[in-house]
Design a binder for this molecule. Structure first.
Ligand SMILES: Cc1ncc(COP(=O)(O)O)c(C=O)c1O
Length: 396
């Protein structure tokens, strides 16, 4: 049977990583990687996670099966963080969260849920969007279309075009949003613009699906949930796919969650039963370690305030690097204006280079990224910024 299978080309990011690892230039920089790095270039375990892991080790009494919805305390804490502990949606019983294997698992469960509810629903995603969105929804049998989002020539949001396209959507359409720190372009609507987006979603009766993979990396943990809260106040139904990979730095533990809002507490129970059955069919139940750790953190005043500080530290480092880089390109007198880097947020931005310029960065300077010129700002540090700006000036 396997004779029917053709090899699939590996993700370009893996090729970038392989080339970086094989390069022995001590000044090499990997700007392609999708994880947070500290000043030393490491992706450390958060202190709050270390402390909670010790508590878990001492208090865990069993490793028996969990059930398809995962760790209950993690699920309720995530509902509160995403929708607000005092929100009407939560307190009326219309919101429920179930744990999934990472944010990707949450998106896949969300896709399966949409397919079960409305097989003909089209998922509208921003142009561009995270590459895995483009693979994942069709893999679940859903159609996808793009709405205008990023103006690559000006490195800005195409807000009017986006709004116009959203205002033509119909009930039965699903519209996917990045709640904060858009991957790959780093551009987000302002709070005022999010209000307009939420109003249009309510007006058009679409199903909003919010992907929140960087909560806390844009403006703050609570602030970054703004679009979720605006939609929950206006729309009868929505889905949120969240990831704890970045903001708890628990990448390999695969912690995520899918949350649903429906018209009534009774309907929410029905939808949760469908989610549980989808979980059971896909992977039976999600892994326990990561969410059990986060359950401990979010139910401890001391550990949750430590987590908030550590997230603020990561956010401030990235924003600081954005400003430093933009400033150094100005100081170096580069012809091109990179001040957009300061206005964008999160780990990713496009540099706006051609594929040939990206190749030159790799070949001549050992600076690696994908050919779209998306870079991870967290790969910079005080000792490689000048080297990078010099190389950038030369390829420009
Ligand atoms: C926009 C977006 N959504 C979802 C995810 C999924 O994250 P996870 O690693 O938790 O599956 C990512 C990870 O890079 C992402 O960038």
């Amino acid at each position: 049977m396997f004779e029917n299978l053709e090899a699939i080309a590996p993700d370009p990011i893996l090729g970038v990583l392989a080339a970086f690892l094989a390069d022995d230039n001590p000044q090499k920089i990997d700007l392609g990687v999708g994880v947070y790095r500290d000043e030393a270039g490491d992706t450390p375990i958060l202190e709050c996670v270390r402390k909670a892991e010790r508590v878990l080790l001492d208090t865990q009494t069993t490793k028996t099966y969990l059930g398809p919805a995962g760790v209950a305390g993690f699920n309720s804490a995530m509902s509160e963080r995403l929708f607000g502990a005092d929100s009407e949606a939560l307190n009326s019983g219309r919101v429920r969260t179930i744990q999934t294997p990472g944010g990707t698992g949450a998106l896949r469960l969300a896709a399966d849920l949409i397919r079960a509810a409305r097989p003909d629903s089209t998922v509208w995603a921003s142009d561009p969007t995270w590459a895995n969105h483009l693979a994942l929804f069709p893999a679940a049998g859903l159609n996808m279309q793009a709405y205008p989002y990023f103006d690559a020539a000006r490195s800005r949001l195409r807000f009017d075009d986006m709004l116009e396209l959203l205002s033509q959507r119909e009930p039965g359409d699903t519209v996917l949003f990045h709640a904060c720190c858009h991957n790959p372009c780093g551009v987000s609507p302002s709070p005022e613009q999010w209000v307009q987006v939420a109003d249009i979603c309510a007006d058009r009766g679409v199903l909003p699906l919010v992907d929140i993979a960087y909560m806390g990396f844009e403006r703050g943990i609570e602030d970054d949930t703004l679009i979720i809260r605006l939609l929950a106040e206006r729309c009868p139904e929505m889905i949120v796919a969240s990831s704890c990979s970045k903001n708890f730095a628990m990448y390999r533990e695969r912690v995520g969650a899918v949350s649903i809002l429906s018209q009534s507490a009774a309907k929410t129970e029905d939808v949760v039963s469908v989610l549980n059955s989808l979980s059971r069919k896909n992977y039976s139940m999600p892994p326990a370690h990561g969410p059990a750790v986060i359950d401990i953190i979010l139910h401890s005043d001391e550990l949750s305030s430590l987590w908030e500080q550590e997230v603020a530290g990561m956010r401030e480092r990235i924003n600081g690097l954005r400003s430093d880089l933009a400033q150094r390109t100005r100081d170096a007198g580069l012809q091109r204006d990179f001040s957009f880097l300061e206005e964008q947020t999160g780990m990713f931005s496009f540099l706006g280079l051609s594929g040939e310029q990206v190749d030159r960065l790799a070949d001549e300077f050992s600076i690696y990224t994908v050919r779209s010129s998306r870079i991870n700002l967290a790969s910079f540090n005080a000792s490689n910024l000048d080297y990078f700006v010099d190389a950038l000036g030369q390829v420009l």
